[in-house]
Design a protein around this ligand. Structure first.
Ligand code: RIB
Ligand code: CA
Length: 306
């Protein structure tokens, strides 16, 4: 079975860390490059966290640092959810800085995509700044991209403002560029992320499962993406889950646009399920998930980690 070549663009972030673990230890995926973007916390911290995770996982994947600010708006921060470091709760070893490329994420993505024999799948699980700049600087990459499977957006209410989800809200102009790119997009948003839950009993099981489970157990003690007793939300793992087990999801092909100008709804994904806007479909939107099967899949995949 050929492995699916992917590039993960990320802002670790505790739920990013879990999604990276699953992607890096699953034999079906070939993680070619990891790029970092300002999001949950600042660029230096998310990059440091990515490198610390690779050291922990003992995985030699190249990392390239990307955008330190959104295209236009001021940076937002989610340290209230992930802690000051962006990955509070576990005492990681110092990273292997040699994995950090000395070129910008956009240039590293351009090179990896254009040199790949097979089409690459992009897996953005943070704000879309790097992806937007990639398409503007190097539109030719679209010829060698299979699809974009992203965590972001919502058909309904938000998790950072009344109507906006964090990754889209953090850089709505970038999201507008990505959703109008013409590439196949799968949007794994809050509709599924808020049902992809891990409960205290699951966390206890993780604690003694393996090194990765134990690390995640400790991160979960600090993670505020949901409440421990009502379930911690595995937002970013939904994007990886779609890559590996798409039948976990109910999807609809529809038109998605991004609100850029409204006072209260800037950053909202406008998911036109009834076709009022009379636009061509531009995304496959995940509207539901089999939560029980997701949990089984999640635990099975953490078991595959070191
Ligand atoms: O809204 C959830 C998303 O925002 C996740 O990717 C989380 O890591 C944060 O980036
Ligand atoms: Ca993220």
């Amino acid at each position: 079975m050929s492995r699916k070549p992917i590039i993960i663009d990320t802002d670790p972030g505790i739920d990013d860390a879990v999604a990276l673990a699953i992607a890096l230890f699953n034999e079906e995926l070939d993680v070619r490059l990891i790029t970092t973007v300002n999001g949950n916390v600042g660029l230096e911290k998310v990059t440091y966290n990515t490198l610390r995770l690779l050291k922990f996982f003992d995985k030699q994947i190249p990392v390239a640092k990307g955008a330190s600010t959104p295209l236009i708006k001021d940076p937002v921060d989610a340290s209230n959810v992930h802690g000051e470091t962006g990955m509070d709760g576990y005492d990681f070893e110092e990273p292997d800085e040699s994995l950090l490329l000395d070129e910008h994420a956009v240039n590293a993505m351009h090179k990896e995509i254009m040199n790949s024999q097979e089409k690459i799948t992009l897996v953005p699980i943070g704000p879309l700044t790097n992806i937007a700049v990639l398409f503007k600087l190097y539109p030719e990459v679209k010829e060698n991209i299979a699809e974009i499977v992203l965590m972001g957006g919502s058909t309904g209410r938000g998790n950072v403002t009344v109507m906006a989800e964090f990754n889209i809200y953090a850089d709505p102009e970038a999201a507008k560029i990505v959703f109008s790119s013409g590439l196949p997009i799968v949007m794994a948003g809050l509709d599924v992320g808020q049902k992809a839950l891990v409960y205290p009993e699951d966390s206890e099981e993780l604690k003694d499962m393996n090194d990765t489970g134990n690390m995640i157990y400790h991160l979960f003690k600090k993670y505020r993406g949901g409440s421990f007793n009502k379930g911690l939300k595995m937002y970013d793992s939904c994007a990886v889950a779609y890559l590996l087990k798409p039948n976990l999801f109910e999807t609809v092909d529809t038109y998605v646009d991004i609100e850029l100008n409204a006072e209260f709804t800037k950053g909202a994904t406008i998911v036109d399920l009834k076709g009022y806007l009379k636009q061509q479909n531009n995304a496959k939107v995940c509207i539901d998930i089999d939560a029980d099967e997701f949990k089984k899949w999640f635990m099975e995949n953490i078991k595959k980690c070191k």
